[in-house]
Design a protein around this ligand. Structure first.
Ligand code: AMP
Length: 188
């Protein structure tokens, strides 16, 4: 299985990524988690990543590629990947497609999880209330949703044009979202 999850913050990428990995045996690669680990490791690069994440801005493409590509190559060799939060920009998508073509491990599907903005905001605020992440504050959430709409949203038509987009309503219980993704994959 080789797929990516394309979704705004709060749509349930992490939950669905874990479920799809358990179901398919492919490796779940969460871009935000890998970047947070890199940030914790410190150093100038770690500090740059931490600052971007705290503001809700995207980490520069080259940094993301340097951190993510080795993990994707390793997962592809081990049987597949579920990309959660990568790519998030057009240059990242193009770099990932070139790499996939070169290694013969191109994407099978891009799963687009969508939900109304009020639902996403409320879920993120609930997560903050449960002692969630430092970037789950009202102001940063608003900014992350704006960054998603402006920079990551254009990847929806990009994958649609390539005939691999599966759009799924994420404003449903997690089991129903998983079932819809599985149904979409079998119909591709
Ligand atoms: P996430 O855990 O997916 O919500 O990502 C948390 C934060 O990590 C984002 O707000 C960005 O700062 C950074 N990030 C994660 N994935 C990417 C990516 N593909 N490109 C740039 N920045 C990213």
């Amino acid at each position: 299985m080789r797929l990516l999850l394309l979704a705004p913050p709060g749509a349930g990428k992490g939950t669905q990524g874990e479920r799809l990995a358990a179901w398919s045996g492919a490796r779940h690669i969460a871009a935000g988690d890998l970047l947070r680990a890199e940030a914790r490791a410190g150093g100038p690069l770690g500090r740059e990543i931490a600052a971007c994440q705290a503001r809700g801005d995207l980490v520069p493409d080259q940094v993301v590629l340097d951190v993510l590509i080795p993990a994707v190559v390793e997962a592809a060799a081990a049987g597949g990947y579920i990309l959660d939060g990568f790519p998030r920009t057009l240059p990242q998508a193009i770099a990932a497609a070139e790499l996939g073509a070169r290694l013969g491990v191109t994407l099978r599907a891009a799963v687009y999880l969508h939900a109304p903005e009020e639902v996403l905001t409320q879920r993120l605020l609930d997560r903050a209330g449960e002692g969630g992440r430092a970037d789950d504050t009202a102001g940063v959430i608003r900014h992350r949703l704006r960054v998603y709409a402006e920079t990551t949203g254009p990847l929806v038509p990009y994958y649609e044009e390539r005939g691999i987009l599966i759009a799924v309503d994420a404003d449903q219980p997690p089991d129903s979202v998983t079932a819809d993704i599985q149904a979409g994959l079998s119909g591709l």
